[in-house]
Design a protein around this ligand. Sequence first.
Ligand code: UDP
Ligand code: MG
Length: 322
Amino acid sequence: MQEILKKTLSIVIPVFNEEKNISALYKSLLLEISKLEIFNYEIVFVNDGSTDHSLEEIKIISQNDSKVKYIDFSRNFGQQVAISAGIDYAKGDYIILMDADFQDPPELIPELVSLAEEGNDVVYAKRKSRKGESFLKKLTAKIFYRFLNLITNCKIPLDTGDFRIISRKVADILKQMPEQQKFLRGQIAWIGFRQKMIEYDRPVRTKGRSNYSYGKMMKFAIDGITSFSDFPLKFATFLGFFVSIIAFILMLWALYQRLIVKEYVQGWTSLILSVLFIGGIQLISIGIIGEYISRIAGNIRKRPLYIVNETNCEENKDEDKK
Ligand code: UDP
Ligand code: MG
């Protein structure tokens, strides 16, 4: 009887080549969960096409603990999609989203849960500092989040990853957001409700290495911008006007030189420069439009967001994906 009244906490963990972290992570999660007596738990590992033994590690754990679930993707779909799949399958009243590499410290779980219990629908953990990450990564991340905030209406928390707890209400709304480009931290900010922040120092990755190349980070950044802002499109229009006005003024000046002053040089430098300048701006503008169109195209294809190879989660949570 007691059992039925308990709330359930789901922990969703995307996994890409984390074989060395999984069993240690599981142990420390159990330790933290044991502090939350009034909760049932469920740990959902989403294996995002790992090429190492991550899946085997997870399966060993799940054989001994039926509360450990796994979703094995048919290939690598990316961290954001992996988290989304975890949310699709998770059953908890609260869902914690965290990385597998201890960079999102499990010790924060009790605090996240107690703040959620106080009635916050989202409690996100902001990175006060980031250890062991390159200067360039930190700098580009800092600039990106500030730029993004400048050009969007919806306030996406600065210096915050996906480490957070969300309520069932927020999870259900997220599941209804069909876009292919997942930028969860933006989507969750967009949803609203009561959101609260806690701060922490982000430690170094314990084992293995970061799977985020600069290429992946770039794609992620452009996904974030195109999903939440039309500013680049407007900027392209602005550039067009700006260059046209300059060209018009130059034209007046050239006419004046030619007809009134009658002193003019027959240089091709100015000609070539303006051709290159306008050509460059046209290409940039087409490129910006292209980024949006490619995303529209992706959404129109309506392919499933991910393909599951095997899972020990009960089906039914996912009818709309099949
Ligand atoms: N991850 C994933 N799919 C990927 C890349 C990463 O599921 O294509 C997972 C990874 O296993 C980890 C989390 O996402 O649990 C964060 O990845 P990582 O530590 O490489 O990123 P960083 O912390 O360097 O930003
Ligand atoms: Mg990491």
